[in-house]
Design a protein around this ligand. Structure first.
Ligand code: HEM
Length: 474
């Protein structure tokens, strides 16, 4: 009976759990399922979990805005007891989530992002300098080593105000702990936490490395203390900006004592939780996007040339505002995010028994509603010739950027809070790379992906050949 729950409601589904995702990358598995079953179909897990795939952009929009109260949880698993449970990503969309989003969001406004371009440019200078030797040697190299270092250095600097330089200091404790939390190898502990949450609670298991989350907690508490003491210093990093929000609240009401700060603003543990999630949600996603942009530019040299011409035509400095207004640069980034959205699976989970919109489909409590940007981005009604790389889809009057069928950063009220931060970093990185080097075209370049991984992360390194430094050619 359990394995006919969806079929009894007229929803298509495989009979029983599927093992297909063990043998191929998750995005390929779901794309094949969607070709068989359509935009809406059911899923069964191994131990009592159910999911409903909804790849209809209009329905996704409604679920993410109007019906958010019905599906407030992201995951039904056991998220443990570390500060990570206070992070926006892991929280239920309740009043606490709203309070924290209201405090975190101002850290990502254009004014704050403008100020972050200075440390980002410093890290980019280093990135380009590191590539110099490969331009000179004319040998193939793995570009992912450098994009990983770049994105790690940017998030360490912009979130915590710590300059790391991961290429020359790979043993920096921040890098080691970040890597432990970010590890792609799913542990038995994590499987139990996500699949058998009651057992995980019973065994007091933590899905994320306790020692490493504690390292980030301590780092955050230290930064908070420093910022609290240095009252007149304006912060540029995300932790500092959140602390300032708290101070603003305090100055409005002088009676609020330190221990009651949570009532007005945000607690230390909550700030720590956001810091860790900036790594978790922001590092891999931005890194793989940069890798994919490089991949498409290698395969489509004509877009590299257009990009180079656009960048050379700028007579003002490439700052936050000017980078935002470059149509080819933005077209290339959006089209890459359309074809390779880093998070292939986005989900909302029902808190109580409910129904899906006006479909009459019954959704029991703890059932996940899942949508796949990777599949929605390939619906031909929105994107004719969907498999082709065509940045012009995002250039000019009919740009698809604000379409309901473009959702690399998710949808509705839980839209990625770091979206503008990521766009800013990607624009600056691609601009510097293309201004300094030409990526030697290779139409046969192919990527392979990890199996069973939610992040669309290329498995093998991306072998790249650079021209000599542009300044030496031109
Ligand atoms: C190319 C880079 C990125 C992509 C494609 C991306 C994508 C996403 C997606 C799809 C979601 C889920 C949205 C939803 O449920 O509707 C999300 C949530 C989130 N992202 Fe990003 N992200 C990126 C970079 C970043 C960065 C750089 C940060 C922080 C510095 C960040 C922080 C977050 C947070 C905190 C959430 C949870 C928001 C909430 O539930 O309220 N992301 N992101």
């Amino acid at each position: 009976m359990y394995y006919t729950f969806w079929q009894r409601q007229g929803v298509k589904a495989r009979l029983g759990p599927s093992f297909g995702w063990i043998r191929k990358p998750l995005h390929e598995f779901f794309y094949e399922e969607a070709k068989k079953y359509g935009n809406i179909f059911g899923l069964y897990g191994f131990i009592g979990q159910r999911g409903l795939i909804v790849n209809d952009p209009k329905m996704v929009r409604e679920i993410s805005i109007k019906e958010l109260h019905k599906f407030p949880m992201r995951f039904a698993g056991h998220m443990g007891e570390t500060s990570m449970v206070h992070s926006l990503f892991m929280m239920q969309a309740n009043d606490d989530w709203k309070r924290i989003r209201t405090i975190v969001s101002p850290a990502f406004t254009s004014g704050k992002l403008k100020a972050m371009i200075t440390p980002i440019n410093r890290i980019l200078d280093n990135f380009v300098r590191n590539l110099d030797k490969h331009g000179e040697s004319g040998e193939m190299f793995d570009v992912k080593i450098y994009t990983s270092a770049l994105t790690m250095d940017v998030i360490a600097s912009c979130a915590y105000g710590i300059e790391v330089d991961s290429i020359s200091r790979p043993n920096h404790p921040l890098i080691k702990h970040a890597q432990r939390i970010l590890s792609h190898d799913v542990s038995i502990k994590q499987i139990i936490c996500f699949v058998i949450p009651f057992l995980a609670r019973l065994l007091n298991l933590e899905p994320f490395d306790r020692e490493s989350t504690k390292y980030f907690d301590d780092l955050t508490f230290k930064i908070i203390e420093e910022r609290l003491k240095a009252k007149n210093q304006k912060s540029k990093d995300l932790i500092g900006l959140m602390v300032e929000q708290t101070l603003n609240d305090q100055s409005e009401s002088n009676e609020v004592d330190k221990n009651e700060r949570k009532l007005k603003g945000i607690s230390r543990e909550e700030i720590a939780g956001q810091g860790i999630i900036f790594f978790l949600a922001g590092y891999d996603t931005t890194n793989v996007t940069l890798c994919h942009i490089i991949y498409y530019l290698i395969k489509h040299p004509e877009w590299q040339d257009k990009l180079y011409d656009e960048l050379c035509a700028q007579d003002s400095p490439l700052d936050y505002e000017s980078l935002r207004s470059l149509p080819v640069l933005n077209g290339v980034i959006c089209e890459t995010l359309r074809l390779k959205p880093p998070l292939t699976t986005v989900q909302r989970t029902a808190h109580e028994d409910t129904t899906l919109l006006n479909t009459g489909i019954k959704i029991p409590a703890k059932t996940a509603i899942i949508f796949h940007p990777y599949i929605i981005h390939r619906i031909p009604e929105y994107y004719p010739d969907p498999e082709s790389f065509k940045p012009e889809r995002f250039i000019g009057e009919n740009s698809m950027e604000s379409s309901i069928a473009f959702l690399p950063f998710g949808s509705g009220n839980r839209l990625c809070v770091g979206m503008r931060f990521a766009q800013n970093e990607l624009r600056a990185a691609v601009a510097q790379l293309i201004l300094h080097y030409r990526l030697i075209p290779d139409p046969n370049l192919k990527l392979e992906y990890f199996y069973g991984n939610d992040i669309l992360s290329p498995k093998k390194c991306i072998q790249v050949l650079l021209s000599a430094h542009r300044a030496l050619i031109n």
